[in-house]
Design a protein around this ligand. Sequence first.
Ligand code: KMH
Ligand code: ZN
Length: 277
Amino acid sequence: MSAAPPYVITAAMVGAETTREQTPHLPITAEEIAEDAARCRDAGVAMVHLHVRRPDGTPSQDAELFRAAIRAIRARCDVLIQTSTGGAVGMSVDERCGPLTLTGADRPDMATLTTGTVNFGDDVFHNPRPLVKEIARRIRAIGIRPEIECFDAGMVEQAEWLAQQGLVDLPAHYDFVLGVPGALGASEPALDFLIGSVPHGSTWTVAGVGRHQLPMAELAAVKGGNGRVGLEDNVFLSKGVLAKGNWELVAEAAKRARAQGREIATPQQARELLRLG
Ligand code: KMH
Ligand code: ZN
């Protein structure tokens, strides 16, 4: 059996739902995001999953806010930048695609693509097929690859449907988001099913939500995959103990992955493993 490839850590640093009331360590401004990203890089992160906020902390998909954050991050370190196209529940397709209007030096390295509608706590994260096709088309138009966000099992098959229409290349890179209330739970059988569902040659990351975050990142390391941690999905380092920044969650994920025999991927290694060109 060949050795597992280096373990790619993604930091979901900001999100759209986490508040400063939940944690004072949530980065909001471009400078705060860049400072935490640089510390995440030192701790082992290869990629950041990026949302942005207005100065008052409310979620936004405004291209200029993304431009400022991307420039601030790239001025500080070499992490790969994956912009969200999910945004916040209720946003229109044009709003969600704000970061996909950035080109040239400000273009993101990757963008998310959720391939189906799902309950999201007491809300619904709407992703009807025409909207998914449109976001896939816009990701492709700027020449970057999507990360297929799977909050539920059927979303894996939807990526194959998109591939049949020339909107996604397979094998792809998937993020299995497990433990959102109302969606697929964070369990080993669920993860095993998803791993077995993706086309041969695919790469995958697990984003466990809440208390599932670090155990799922560790399980992903055991199973040869990659892990996503960060304040978007979880604010605690351990029960009742807030993480002092995204970097602390990254450091813990790296420690656990190393304990499972995995080397930690650099951004350059992640670029190659995820076929980002
Ligand atoms: N904020 C969620 C409704 C993504 O970034 O692509 C959607 C989300 C997914 O966070
Ligand atoms: Zn997100």
